[in-house]
Ligand binder design. Structure first.
Ligand code: ZN
Length: 568
């Protein structure tokens, strides 16, 4: 095994991939026994995961580590084009699997979920949309590159967007206002460009939906998210539940926050300040954070210790913020090495711990637990399940937070929980926004901004955007990466967020039992659908509105009993 930096990238060409796949397809079709059929399918998966996906992800990771690196910029352009061109034979292989004479026996061996998922996958691709997919890839790449190009002068230094984040937690309102203004000035300058990119994205997605025979892109987006056990109506009800049970509590918390931090109205630049004497922020250097993380994951369980050691020994992390690095954080997989990779942007705030370290490690650990499941497709749980893995890890890591926050750990608990609750309406809002814009792709940029403002009043009634340029004009959504790159992803966070809160509430009663349950849930990966996994673990379903109320009440009680509720 070698360190991440020593892994060499070799571009698999479209010709090579298609030739290999044609051969695999023929072998699969001509298999005369069940064993032969399974054996060839394993070969097909090994090639797809260990050659194609590994190189694709490697290019993606290295490009996001430095978006100014010309070599990997070219490679990403290549993959944006090559991906759809490789899609055709991939779909042919899927069709061959669906029509296999051994299908009944395969379903018996593997379960029927993989066939249901593949049926859904087939609805997201046909030959006619290959060119449109390339266009869509290009546009979302343009957005990522544009946002990571930010070089904002503030406080005598040049900042990336992520580097401005800590200022929004500064107890001095003047500092926050100034930092926020610097950020918004840059985004207003880019607004026209962002709107152009998005307008073209909406158009090309509408074309894709039409060519696939879907009513609109909402349908396509749901299929892409591989939603195999709930539909748009259930999501609508879930959002209503958030509106009914979560928004009132968050509104109350925001009232308390206002008096605690001494402001009349919560402006966008006040939202993140929880305490006037400063939010809880992790102590120590990034090196010390890593030392504490190692201790935490070693104490947590054998499997977490094993993954952590692996990732640390081979440098499968990039967490420091620097110019040219892409925004945000993610977990990627290099299957050829059975290795998860954590990409993050540390900013010195509490988000480094829960938004980056424990969250992304939750994803990494989940991959590691599932890496030997066959067929490998069943290793990939659907997105809301994967987010349960990650967000629950954030909460079950609470026992170790004294190491990261010292005396400020009570503040940390309060903030983590209160923020988590206030993101639920935000996530529902982002989802509803996307639903409407794809239902009406003819909307003008201005209408979209108006739509956003209306939804903001509904889901975040405490927020006051008057006299705040950019936000006042309804442009806030333009900074949300997922809207551009993975449509309809956001509601996964909210669904998972509710389940994670249930795990959190149980862990307050009995940590060891909850950990066992969580590990069992995670080990099942994608072998069952989301609803079945919840039933299996005896966890409350977020699709039942009353469950939202129950969990929200638990959170409310914890926060009300916190000694910090009215602390200045
Ligand atoms: Zn995640």
């Amino acid at each position: 095994m070698m360190k991440f930096k020593d892994i060499s990238y070799v571009r698999p060409t479209v010709e090579e991939v298609n030739a290999a796949r044609s051969e695999q397809l023929e072998k699969f079709k001509s298999a005369t026994t069940l064993d032969a059929c399974i054996c060839i399918y394993a070969e097909i998966e090994d090639y797809t995961y260990d050659v194609i996906y590994t190189m694709w992800n490697l290019a993606y990771i290295r490009h996001s580590m430095d978006t100014t690196d010309a070599f990997y910029a070219v490679e990403m352009d290549y993959w944006n084009e090559a991906g759809p061109e490789m899609g055709l034979l991939e779909a042919e292989i899927t069709k061959a699997l669906m029509q296999s004479p051994f299908r009944a026996a395969l379903e018996k061996a593997w379960g029927s979920l993989i066939f249901l998922n593949e049926e859904i996958n087939l609805k997201t691709f046909n030959e006619e949309i290959a060119e449109d997919l390339k266009e869509e890839n290009r546009l979302s790449s343009d957005y990522v590159t544009l946002m990571s190009s930010a070089q904002i002068e503030f406080n005598g230094k040049i900042h990336t967007l992520a580097e401005l984040e800590p200022y929004y937690e500064n107890p001095d309102r003047e500092v926050r206002i100034a930092a926020h203004k610097a950020d918004r000035t840059w985004k207003i300058e880019k607004a026209e460009e962002i709107e152009r990119i998005f307008d073209q994205l909406i158009k090309v997605r509408a074309i894709i939906a039409k060519k696939l025979g879907h009513k609109n892109f909402v349908k396509t987006g749901y299929y892409r998210m591989q939603r195999n056990c709930y539909d748009k109506e259930m999501v609508t009800q879930f959002r209503d539940g958030i509106l009914k049970h979560i928004v009132p509590i968050v509104t109350q918390l925001k009232e308390e926050q206002k008096s605690r931090i001494g402001v009349d109205r919560i402006k966008p630049y006040d939202d993140k300040v929880m305490f006037l004497d400063g939010n809880a922020s992790p102590t120590g250097t990034p090196e010390e954070i890593f030392t504490n993380a190692k201790k935490m994951f070693h104490e947590m369980s054998d499997s977490t210790a094993e993954v952590w050691n692996f990732m640390q020994d081979y440098d499968f992390f990039d967490v420091m913020t620097r110019p040219g690095k892409a925004e945000g954080g993610y977990l990627s997989i290099l299957s050829a090495y059975r290795a998860p990779f954590i990409f993050a942007n540390f900013t010195g705030t509490a988000l480094d711990i829960d938004g980056m370290l424990t969250h992304e490690f939750g994803h990494a650990w989940a991959y590691y637990l599932a890496k030997d499941i066959f067929p490998r497709k069943l290793q990939d749980a659907s997105a809301e399940t994967r987010e349960v893995h990650a967000i629950t890890m954030e909460f079950l890591a609470w026992n170790w937070m004294a190491d990261f926050f010292g005396d400020e750990r009570e503040k940390y608990y309060y903030t983590h929980l209160a923020n988590h609750l206030s993101w639920l309406p935000y996530e529902a809002m982002v989802d509803e926004f996307q639903q409407y814009i794809y239902e009406e792709p003819e909307m003008t940029p201005k209408q979209r901004n108006q739509l956003w403002l209306g939804l903001q009043e509904k889901y975040c009634p405490w927020l006051d955007v008057t006299d705040v340029p950019f936000d006042e004009d309804g442009c806030h959504w333009q900074q949300i990466l997922h809207i551009f790159t993975i449509p309809f992803y956001y509601i996964n966070y909210a669904l998972a967020g509710i389940v994670a809160l249930s795990f959190w509430a149980e862990s307050r009663q009995n940590f060891t039992a909850t950990w066992k349950k969580y590990e069992k849930f995670t080990r099942l990966a994608g072998t069952k659908n989301f609803v079945e996994l919840l039933e299996d673990a005896d966890m409350p379903s977020p699709f039942v509105a009353n469950n939202l109320k129950l969990v929200a009440d638990e959170v409310k009680m914890f926060l009300a009993n916190s000694s910090l509720t009215n602390l200045k």
